[in-house]
Design a protein around this ligand. Structure first.
Ligand SMILES: *Cc1c(COP(=O)(O)O)cnc(C)c1O
Ligand SMILES: [Zn+2]
Length: 369
């Protein structure tokens, strides 16, 4: 393992690779740093995406040392499907769909959860806790089962029970919490602190989890034949997926694999868009007041952790990227398009990215090639 420390994204203070959720000095988000010189470009450059591969192929760039602690259900290694029909209808030439439904639990959450659960196991925890709007719950339950760990999950009371059925089958304890996602977030945090369990909530809270998200960038690089795309359009709740993918590309630039960085687009729903609102208005991120959208997977009001959204806005501005929001009717139309034109069954939160792309094409912010 070449991970060296945790570093504050705001004040640069360093911490050892232990259980830390925020900077002690400034409460900033922590992220993992590596000895990139020692790693070299080999782990990415020489890794071909092939069926059956998983994120641990990039273990040199992941923050777990103990091989016995690494838990895997063959997450990651998802196909990059070239869009034919949708691309034709939208009049663009090169549209690719990274099909994250092919992960063990059906969503990309398996990437951050696999890393966070492995780290928890390495640090000696027997119980993991998360707040989730559904997909994180399904993911954590199967990884906790595989790792033989106990698992407690806090979900908003409005979470579709179909989404937590899988978690129940895997033996997770599900606790329904009144109110929106931010209430569940707080419950998970307080419970983990009280009982000293590891909190693996896939916001920016657990610095190990978004290390899993960055593997999407490594895979894209390989799948584009050692090149990076111009744009990556990503649905965003609190935004660790956006941030993680961006970090992956930054690391590859640092490793000398690419000079170019793709521009990132963070997509939210009109009914919950704290990040897009701040980006558009040039203001600080403030908590979203009233969540009202079908895209439950990306509906995070950020109440109590507005700084997480701030980090995403800062990252997007520096990257030349965008944050934008789409209304529910366009999200549902995009979901329909993905199903009818590409044969991909995506939930609203995922389809939001296609709705956003459609807007970007209409606004001429993306070239047809
Ligand atoms: C969690 C989730 C998102 C949002 O990702 P964040 O990293 O929380 O911003 C988007 N789409 C789906 C399907 C999700 O499950
Ligand atoms: Zn700090």
């Amino acid at each position: 393992m070449f991970a060296t420390s945790l570093k504050c994204t705001a004040c640069a203070r360093s911490y050892p690779l232990g259980e830390h959720y925020a900077c002690d000095s400034c409460n900033g988000v922590l992220e993992v740093t590596y000895d990139y010189q020692a790693i070299g470009s080999k782990p990415i450059a020489e890794t071909l995406p092939e069926p059956g591969f998983n994120i641990w192929r990039y273990r040199n760039l992941l923050p777990v040392r103990d091989e016995a602690a690494m838990v895997s259900l063959l997450e990651g290694g998802t196909p990059l499907v070239k869009s034919t029909n949708l691309a034709t209808d939208y009049e663009i030439e090169n549209l690719y769909l990274k099909d994250e439904t092919r992960n063990p639990s059906g969503a990309f959450k398996d990437r951050p959860i696999a890393v966070a659960v492995s780290k928890a196991r390495e640090l000696g925890f027997g119980t993991v806790v998360t707040a989730s709007s559904g997909n994180g719950a399904a993911s954590l339950a199967i990884y906790a089962a595989k790792a033989r760990m106990r698992c407690i999950i806090f979900v908003p009371e409005t979470t579709p029970m179909g989404k937590v059925a899988q978690a129940t089958v895997s033996g997770a304890t599900i606790v329904k919490v009144r109110g929106d996602y931010s209430n569940s977030f707080r419950m998970a945090k307080e419970t983990a602190e009280h009982f000293h369990w590891m909190n693996v909530t896939t916001t920016f809270l657990n610095p190990y989890s978004f290390e899993g998200d960055k593997t999407v960038a490594y895979e894209l690089y390989r799948q584009f034949g050692g090149d990076v795309p111009d744009w990556v359009v990503i649905p965003a709740g609190a935004g660790p997926l956006v941030y993680g993918i961006h970090k992956g590309f930054l690391e590859m630039r640092r490793l000398g694999l690419t000079d170019a960085l793709p521009r990132m687009v963070a997509v939210q729903a009109e009914g919950c868009k704290p990040i897009a609102r701040a980006f558009e208005n040039g203001t600080d991120v403030s908590a979203w007041e009233r969540v009202e959208t079908v895209a439950s997977a990306i509906a995070d009001p950020l109440r109590g952790y507005e700084k997480d959204g701030q980090l995403v806005v800062r990252t997007l501005k520096a990257n030349g990227g965008l944050a934008l929001a789409v209304p529910d009717d366009e999200i549902l139309a995009a979901m329909d398009d993905l199903g009818k034109k590409e044969g991909i069954y995506a939930e609203p939160g995922a389809a939001a990215s296609i709705a956003a792309l459609k807007r970007m094409i209409a606004a001429d912010s993306v070239r047809s090639d």
